[in-house]
Design a protein around this ligand. Structure first.
Ligand code: ATR
Length: 272
């Protein structure tokens, strides 16, 4: 039986074993998918042992995405640009490919929800690892523009510069935001995890826009509630992105694209 797993610390909250077990059942793949929690400095030893014992591939979540980036012997372009790896796959020649499927997971979830990026104006809030992980796949959809804004403005500027060769990306100071000029606002900040909101003006919200929070929770997330309260017509949370990135990893490993919809429905029910 082909072995897969997810590495993280902590890991007990991870939905990945549930998602991939459903994907495997749905597509008739003979595989196991478990979870493992290495010590904070124990990723390399754990991943080496896993692949030496016949492991075929793994997902990697916090805090090991940079360790996995260094561990891979070959990187996809999107992983290189993300500077982080969430998926490893062992090839027959022994090479370990590092990929990052987070951004494509976000894009696929938007598309599944009839939110087109082509020709649209996108505001990306936050300039940390989560923002960096999604920029290239967003730009690959040919938006009119992606504008990065961040509490610490210098980091937004750095990120926009880093991706400037990959599409129309600029940055703006949060204080300069005022007009409802965006079609999509994506919150990639970790502010919501501590019950906070990025300091965005309410005047940027309009009815005919989509607000996407990359985090998820059983209830409406803080950012999405703020968006709704200020008149946004459509909000989505990161549960769909989670399933989307898993589907991309599964595709990389097994060569079959699983259906996200049914799994997302079951996962949402499990959260309640
Ligand atoms: P991640 O991997 O989740 O992106 P990170 O790299 O630490 O984590 O980045 C966290 C992001 O959330 C940053 O953009 C951070 O803003 P700063 O660069 O100014 O620190 C943003 N963030 C975290 N808490 C926030 C808050 N309370 N308000 C606004 N932005 C916040």
């Amino acid at each position: 039986m082909d072995k897969y797993l997810v590495f993280g610390n902590p890991i007990s909250q991870s939905k990945s074993p549930f998602i991939h077990t459903l994907f495997a059942r749905q597509t008739g793949q003979e595989m196991t998918y478990e979870s493992q929690q290495p010590e904070p400095d124990g990723f390399v030893a754990a991943a080496t042992a896993f692949f030496n014992s016949g492991g075929r591939g793994c997902n990697v979540t916090a805090p090991f995405k940079e360790d996995a980036f260094a561990f891979a012997t070959r990187l996809t372009e999107r992983a290189q640009l993300a500077g982080a790896v969430n998926t490893l796959k062992k090839l027959d020649d022994g090479e370990i490919v590092g990929d990052n499927t987070d951004g494509e997971g976000l894009v696929q979830d938007l598309l599944q929800n009839q939110v087109e990026l082509k020709g649209k104006r996108v505001l990306l809030v936050g300039a940390g690892g989560a923002a960096r992980g999604v920029l290239q796949p967003l730009l690959a959809q040919n938006p009119q523009q992606v504008v990065v804004t961040n509490r610490t403005e210098a980091k937004a500027e750095q990120l926009a510069t880093l991706f400037s060769a990959h599409g129309p990306v600029t940055h703006i100071a949060m204080e300069e935001l005022a007009k409802p000029e965006f079609d999509i606002i994506i919150n990639s900040t970790s502010a919501g995890l501590s019950g906070q909101l990025p300091a965005l003006p309410t005047t940027i919200i309009k009815r005919e826009m989509t607000c996407y929070d990359m985090v998820y929770s059983a209830q409406v997330t803080a950012f999405n509630q703020w968006s709704i309260d200020n008149g946004a017509g459509k909000t989505l949370d990161g549960l769909g992105m989670l399933v989307g990135q898993a589907a991309e990893s599964f595709m990389l490993w097994r060569g079959i694209r699983p259906g996200a919809k049914q799994v997302l429905r079951e996962l949402r029910r499990l959260l309640q």
